[in-house]
Design a protein around this ligand. Structure first.
Ligand code: NI
Length: 175
């Protein structure tokens, strides 16, 4: 297994639309394993393939306190969303250090495939429901800051670009 590099907002590759997975092979299993390792290492509760520059419909999620409930969703679809909505303070491994409220349906029912190509359905509420929707957005090229006001988004963009420049400078100094 290996750690993958997570793209940082506002990298334009985060806005690519992911394609459906058509072959359930060892390459897909390896990708899901590497994504899980990257998510646990970060640490985060979810990661979409788009965030590691693989533009295929794969997400990994673990919202458990014990970090022992890994869920892999391949080609996920929402079958149903509740009329009831909640505002949750979301964060994202591609936008480190930024948290802000996003309003979404409180409950969802989703259908997806596991890495072996077996279809499953899940009904979720709370953090898992938020996480499924957040990660599925990534596959459509959407980052949670896209829901915020243009003013907030521009501030976040400026802060991320400044941090990116500092990171590059540090890297240069270290080499
Ligand atoms: Ni995210």
């Amino acid at each position: 297994m290996s750690l993958l590099t997570i793209l940082r907002y506002p990298d334009p590759r985060l806005h690519k639309v992911a394609k459906k997975v058509s072959v359930f092979d060892t390459r897909l299993k390896r990708l899901a394993e590497d994504m899980a390792e990257t998510m646990y290492d970060a640490p985060g509760v979810g990661l979409a393939a788009s965030q590691v520059d693989v533009h295929e419909q794969v997400i990994v999620i673990d919202t458990s306190d014990t970090r022992s409930d890994l869920r892999v969703f391949v080609n996920p679809e929402l079958l149903w969303t509740s009329d009831e909505r909640i505002i949750y303070d979301e964060g994202c491994l591609s936008v480190p250090g930024i948290y802000d409220g996003v309003e979404r349906p409180a409950r969802v029912r989703a259908r997806a495939f596991d890495v072996d190509g077996k279809m499953f359905e899940v009904e979720a509420d709370g953090l898992l429901a938020v996480c499924i929707q957040h990660e599925m957005d990534h596959l459509k090229g959407k980052v949670f800051v896209d829901y915020l006001s243009p003013l907030k988004r521009n501030r976040i963009k400026a802060r991320m670009l400044k941090e990116e420049r500092e990171l590059q400078r540090e890297k240069k100094r270290a080499s």
